[in-house]
Design a protein around this ligand. Structure first.
Ligand SMILES: [Zn+2]
Length: 238
């Protein structure tokens, strides 16, 4: 860039009276690609005398987390909304619900997710070594996960599925489940992840019975703490 343009501002590229990009200046300063990109930026028809920040994904131009979330994840269908409402209504510790939410929006630090972010890891599941580990594998299709779902009698509710993500699988599962089963599904997903981390980081192998007992103990402790109220000294740290 020429030195005398170092402090130039964007309005120098516009025909301010006509509110359009100045074609001659664009030709002088930019290559074809950049020129085309600049010309795709719409200019406001109302000149207010000063620049303002305008968030394009909100009608008022105001930045909101909600509009950002919608932009990233797309508009929710009625079916999606029903699922999320049901999930957030489940009587489980917030930590577990938060985990399920992260699994559903596919942000768990699985080996595949880490490899996709250029972290040097072997993608294969550390337990079965048969498949690459993603969230569906860790929570649904790994042989250990299948044993767990069988043990708690939910193998048909949470089947080995050709659905490509956890959200799809859990939406189907919740649709065909009672509230108690939804609680159990959430509990199992969280326990499978804890057990996976225990194996990867501490090399401690838990049995399916051990995982189930851990899940039930934590859940019952949490339930008791809920009954005793928020001031209870017995409230466990979940
Ligand atoms: Zn596996």
């Amino acid at each position: 860039m020429p030195k005398d343009l170092a402090n130039a501002t964007v309005n120098g590229l516009m025909e301010t009276e006509n509110r359009k990009w100045d074609e001659d200046i664009l030709v002088d300063l930019f290559n074809d690609r950049d020129r085309d990109l600049i010309k795709q930026i719409p200019l406001s028809s109302q000149y207010t005398g000063k620049d303002n920040w305008y968030w394009i994904f909100d009608g008022n131009g105001d930045f909101t987390v909600r509009s950002t979330y919608r932009q990233i994840h797309g508009e929710q269908t009625r079916e999606d909304r029903k699922f999320w409402m049901r999930l957030w209504g489940i009587k489980l510790p917030g930590k577990m619900l938060n985990f399920i939410w992260r699994a559903c929006i596919n942000v768990l630090p699985t080996k595949t997710a880490l490899a996709n972010k250029n972290v040097e890891v072997v993608k294969a599941c550390s337990w079965c070594h048969v498949c690459n580990e993603d969230a569906v594998h860790a929570l649904i299709t790994c042989c250990f996960a299948r044993e767990m779902w069988n043990l708690v009698g939910l193998q048909r509710v949470v089947p080995v599925s050709d659905r490509y993500n956890v959200l799809q699988i859990l939406k189907d599962a919740f649709n065909s489940s009672t509230t108690e089963q939804c609680v159990q599904i959430g509990l199992m997903c969280w326990s499978l992840w804890i057990r996976r981390n225990t194996w990867i980081w501490d090399r401690k192998a838990m049995s399916t019975f051990g995982v189930n007992a851990m899940a039930l103990n934590l859940f019952q402790d949490w339930q008791r703490a809920q009954e005793d109220g928020p001031g209870s000294k017995k409230r466990p740290q979940l």
